[in-house]
Ligand binder design. Structure first.
Ligand SMILES: Cc1cc2nc3c(=O)[nH]c(=O)nc-3n(C[C@H](O)[C@H](O)[C@H](O)COP(=O)(O)OP(=O)(O)OC[C@H]3O[C@@H](n4cnc5c(N)ncnc54)[C@H](O)[C@@H]3O)c2cc1C
Ligand code: SF4
Length: 352
C-alpha cells in the first residue's frame, strides 16, 4: 500500500498539515467539504485579522497556493468522509464522491463553528436588525466596505460590543464555559477600525474582564483606548431591547465597577461570538472513536502523550480549532506539527 496521509479539513490547520506533508514528498489527500480552501476566515470573508492586521488572503493565501501547486497533494473539494474502516497504518476511507483512499495516517483538522446567538434570546439577535454578530460586522466591512445600521442604512452614532457571547457562560450549562481567546482582541481591532474611519462614531466595549493574550495586550487593548478613544465598560448585559420612541436599541446592564444598573441607548450592537466544535469535528470523532471533552465536545489529546496533537487513536493526529479556541497562526503551526508527526509515524524518508 502507498504510504499516504489523509488530511480532513482545508482550513488553516489542515493547510499547515498538507503543506508540511507535501513538502516532505508524502502523497497526501486533503478533503474539504466546502468548495474552497482556507477554512472559516476565507469561506466567511473575515476582513482584517489579528494580530498582524492582514487580510485572510495574505495570511492563508500562500498556504492555499502552496498546497494546490504541490503535486504530492491531491485536493478534493466539496467532499466529505463517509466512513473509515481499519486501523493505522491501514485505514480505508470512503469519500462522498465515491473514491476510496488508503491512508497510513490521518490528520483531523475539522475546526469549529460559531455559537448561535439566538440561544441567548435576551440579547435580541434575530429580533432587532441592529443587533448583529462580530462575524457580520467583518462581512459588512469586507463585502460592503462601510458601517451602517441594517434597519435603515444610516451610520450609527453609538456602537456597543458585547463580549463573551456563548463563552464563559455558565447559564448555558457547562458546554460553553471556555474562553474564545480571539474575541477581546478582535473587538479592539474592529473598534479601532470604526474610530479610524468614522471618528464621529462612539464605540463602547462591554466586558467581564478583558483577555488580550500575550503580545496582543498593547495593540488590541491599550491602543484602542488611548489612541482611538474606544471606551471600555465593565458590566454584565442583562438585556437588549428596542425603543420605538427613538428607534434605538437599549443596552441594559449592571456596571460592576460602580455597582449600578444602567440603560444606555445604542444604534448598533455587535455580539462577540464564542466557538464550538463543528459538526464535522463531532462526526469524525464518532467515526474514529476520538476522545472528546465531555462538556464542550472539543477533541482532546491522548492523556499519556507529551504533544497536544497526538490523539488517543494510533496514527491519528488532531490540530487547530477542533481541539478548542485557537488563533489562525497557532492553528497553522499545529497543522504543520501534526503533518510532521504523521510523516514520522509512517516512517517516511524526507526527499528534500
Ligand atoms: C468571528 C471570528 C473572527 C476571528 N478572527 C480571527 C483573527 O482575526 N485572527 C485569528 O488568528 N483568529 C481569528 N479567529 C479564529 C480562527 O477563525 C481560527 O483560529 C481558525 O479558523 C482555526 O482554523 P482551523 O483550520 O482549525 O478550523 P476552521 O477554520 O474551522 O477550518 C476547518 C475546515 O474543515 C472543514 N471541515 C469540517 N468538517 C469537515 C468534514 N467532515 N470533512 C471535510 N471538511 C470538513 C471546514 O469546512 C473548514 O474549511 C476568529 C474566529 C471567529 C469566530
Ligand atoms: S477572549 Fe474576551 S470575548 Fe472571548 S471569551 Fe475570552 S474574555 Fe470573552
Amino acid at each position: 500500500m502507498a504510504k499516504s496521509v489523509l488530511v480532513i479539513g482545508g482550513g488553516p490547520a489542515g493547510l499547515g498539515a498538507a503543506k508540511a506533508l507535501g513538502s516532505l514528498g508524502i502523497p497526501t489527500v486533503l478533503v474539504e467539504k466546502e468548495d474552497k480552501l482556507g477554512g472559516r476566515p476565507v469561506i466567511e470573508d473575515y476582513h482584517t485579522l489579528i494580530p498582524r492586521k492582514m487580510k485572510p488572503d495574505q495570511v492563508i493565501g500562500p498556504f492555499v497556493s502552496d498546497v494546490q501547486n504541490n503535486p504530492n497533494v491531491d485536493v478534493k473539494l466539496g467532499t466529505e468522509v463517509e466512513a473509515i474502516e481499519g486501523e493505522a497504518p491501514n485505514f480505508k476511507v470512503k469519500l462522498s464522491n465515491g473514491d476510496t483512499v488508503e491512508a497510513s495516517a490521518i490528520v483531523v483538522a475539522t475546526g469549529f463553528q460559531h455559537f448561535d446567538p439566538k440561544r441567548k434570546g435576551e440579547l435580541g439577535y434575530g429580533i432587532y436588525p441592529d443587533v448583529i454578530t462580530n462575524l457580520e460586522l467583518e462581512q459588512m466591512f469586507s463585502r460592503e466596505g462601510k458601517l451602517y445600521r441594517p434597519s435603515n442604512g444610516e451610520l450609527p452614532k453609538r456602537v456597543a460590543f458585547v463580549f463573551c457571547v456563548g463563552s464563559r457562560d455558565r447559564q448555558l450549562g457547562v458546554t460553553n464555559v471556555h474562553c474564545c481567546r480571539y474575541g477581546c482582541a478582535l473587538s479592539g481591532l474592529q473598534g479601532t477600525e470604526i474610530r479610524e474611519h468614522y471618528p464621529e462614531v462612539d464605540v463602547f466595549c462591554y466586558y467581564m474582564d478583558v483577555r488580550t493574550y500575550g503580545t496582543w495586550e498593547y495593540p488590541f487593548y491599550w491602543e484602542p483606548q488611548e489612541k482611538h478613544g474606544v471606551r471600555y465598560v465593565r458590566g454584565r448585559i442583562a438585556e437588549i431591547t428596542y425603543s420605538p420612541s427613538d428607534g434605538r436599541l437599549r443596552v441594559k446592564h449592571e456596571d460592576t465597577i460602580v455597582q449600578r444598573p444602567s440603560e444606555v441607548p445604542m444604534d448598533l450592537v455587535v455580539l462577540v461570538l464564542g466557538m464550538e466544535p463543528s459538526e464535522g469535528t463531532k462526526k469524525i470523532a464518532k467515526m474514529l472513536g476520538l476522545a472528546q471533552d465531555p462538556d464542550s465536545l472539543f477533541l482532546v489529546p491522548a492523556e499519556e502523550a507529551a504533544s497536544n496533537i497526538t490523539s488517543n487513536k494510533a496514527g491519528v493526529f488532531i490540530a487547530g480549532a477542533c481541539k478548542g479556541p485557537i488563533d489562525i497562526e497557532s492553528s497553522i503551526a499545529e497543522g504543520e506539527a501534526a503533518g510532521a508527526e504523521a510523516a514520522a509515524f509512517i516512517g517516511a524518508k524526507v526527499t528534500a
